[in-house]
Design a protein around this ligand. Structure first.
Ligand SMILES: NC(=O)c1ccc[n+]([C@@H]2O[C@H](COP(=O)([O-])OP(=O)(O)OC[C@H]3O[C@@H](n4cnc5c(N)ncnc54)[C@H](OP(=O)(O)O)[C@@H]3O)[C@@H](O)[C@H]2O)c1
Length: 451
């Protein structure tokens, strides 16, 4: 991240307050402007001058210009804060400048951290049209600002790293196939391997497969489970059930097939392995971690081909397999060799006499949103990271995802995250981030209203 980055700016009006039940109520949406909006030359923004410092409210910062026909200017209305790290803000607002003049209520998904014009902590934000989602009337700015980055992370984890095809869900994208039709240089070198080589086509996730998500209370887990369920996967959420159990197990869209308590991680691993094996026979082949290296390590154990329950790890294979102990990749599945049947064995034996090669099951796949385990992958497990930049660097991918999200939201098939509270004004952002650091925001999003 560059030395100066935006935080979000918010004004002091707009949030209507709480209902009698204490639940924050979104502000009534303002009708779209009938006349062309007046765009000022300067604005107030929040700037971050150094790591671990509060953001500074800064006046007279220039409103950015649009550089090409794919860019639109969006007036910010609400910004969803990310509690764990805040380099991927997202916002909802209204398009006020583009080739056609109509004003649209949109969600801007800003994954391009390098372009300050696209940072969310300002009144006027430049966005790519293929990273901008038109919001239906049923979704408020506040709700819209909670779900974009989580949706993209979920869709790319499932669609690229796991190869899940969404075409059966409102004609959603088959991203695994889509990226293979792109010219080779469309993918940046640092994500090309993950996009093209990390998952063989025969290992793609299929309806009925199990997916375990650790950190089941997070917004990323929420969107991941929603999309996975829509595409026919069976889901396991690992979370603090004392805190989140009732909410997660009662939610219409995000209720997992199996909810596992994270308090005792070794027991959680045992429960995951036992239930998936009993219910599906094939065990769990896919897992996504949203918390960090340690929980990702537990998920690796849940996926390991040979699991030593007493040691709570996936090292059994290494003890018995010198190649695995040396860090070598697992043996590929035995492939019939057509020459074998006709060839003479040098020891005079007949074809078919030699011991059968072990046929190994397909690899399992672990995706780390917040880091991967310190330990090397156990035998039969492949680690993945989400190639998030294809969303803003590859227009075909960005467009396929935002158009699908528009259809999902319009049909009510994807629900926004819960809003825990709403702050008002850019000046409240630092207070909001402090509340997150103190762990006050859990199981949903803190939103800053900006008018
Ligand atoms: N690689 C990528 O492209 C990508 C994309 C999106 C997100 N991510 C990462 O994925 C992770 C989850 O993001 P998210 O937006 O889904 O999370 P989130 O909804 O903002 O929060 C996740 C959970 O973290 C816990 N939490 C809250 N405050 C905390 C604190 N101060 N310290 C530790 N934990 C805290 C809470 O769970 P409990 O109440 O259960 O403790 C909360 O429900 C983040 O690290 C984010 O950076 C990565």
């Amino acid at each position: 991240m560059s030395g100066v980055s935006f935080l979000r700016r918010v004004s002091l009006h707009g949030f209507r307050g709480r209902s009698k039940s204490g639940v924050p109520q979104p502000e009534t949406e303002k009708p779209p402007f009938k006349t062309a909006p007046i765009i000022p030359e300067t604005q107030t923004v929040l700037l971050l001058h150094a790591a671990r410092q509060p953001y500074e409210l800064t006046e007279n910062y220039p409103v950015s210009d649009l550089r090409d026909d794919h860019e639109v200017l969006v007036q910010t209305r609400a910004i969803g804060l990310n509690p764990v790290d805040w380099k991927a803000p997202e916002l909802a607002g209204e398009v006020i400048k583009r080739r056609s003049s109509s004003r649209l209520k949109v969600l801007v998904i800003s994954t391009d951290y390098r372009d300050l014009r696209k940072s969310a902590f300002q009144h006027y934000v430049v966005a790519l049209d293929y990273n901008t989602v038109r919001l239906p009337p049923s979704i408020s700015h506040e709700e819209g600002s909670t779900l974009g980055v989580a949706f993209v992370a979920a869709a790319l984890s499932l669609g690229v790293c796991m190869g899940l095809d969404f075409s059966s869900v409102l004609d959603g994208p088959d991203i695994y196939s889509l990226i293979r039709q792109l010219p080779p240089d469309a993918l940046a070198p640092d994500v090309r391997d993950e996009c093209l080589n990390a998952l063989p086509s025969q290992e793609r996730a299929q309806p009925g497969d199990w997916l375990a998500v650790w950190g089941g209370s997070s917004t990323s887990a929420n969107l991941t489970i929603q999309l996975a369920r829509l595409a026919g996967l069976r889901t396991i959420a690992v979370a603090d059930t004392a805190k989140h159990g009732v909410r997660l197990s009662n939610h219409r869209s995000t209720r997992p097939d199996l909810l596992v308590d994270s308090h005792d991680p070794a027991r959680a691993v045992a429960v995951i392995r036992a239930n998936a094996a009993r219910n599906g026979g094939r065990g769990v082949r896919f897992a996504i971690d949203t918390r960090g290296k340690d929980s990702a390590g537990w998920l690796a154990r849940a996926l390991a081909r040979d699991y030593d329950a007493e040691k709570n790890d996936g090292t059994k294979d290494k003890e018995t397999n010198p190649a695995a102990a040396a860090g070598a990749p697992p043996s590929p599945p035995g492939t019939p060799d057509s020459d074998d049947e006709d060839s003479d064995d040098s020891d005079g034996g007949r074809p078919g006499d030699r011991p059968a090669r072990p046929i190994l099951p397909p690899d399992a796949h672990l995706i780390g949103l917040t880091g991967l385990p310190k330990e090397p992958a156990p035998a039969g497990v492949v680690y993945h990271t989400v190639p998030i930049k294809v969303f803003h660097e590859v227009p075909a991918v960005g467009r396929a995802l935002v158009e699908w999200l528009e259809r999902l939201l319009a049909r009510g098939l994807v629900a926004p995250a819960d809003i825990i509270d709403v702050e008002r004004g850019l000046e409240s952002v630092n207070r909001g981030l402090d509340r997150m650091r103190r762990g006050e925001i859990s199981g949903g999003k803190l939103v800053v209203r900006v008018d």
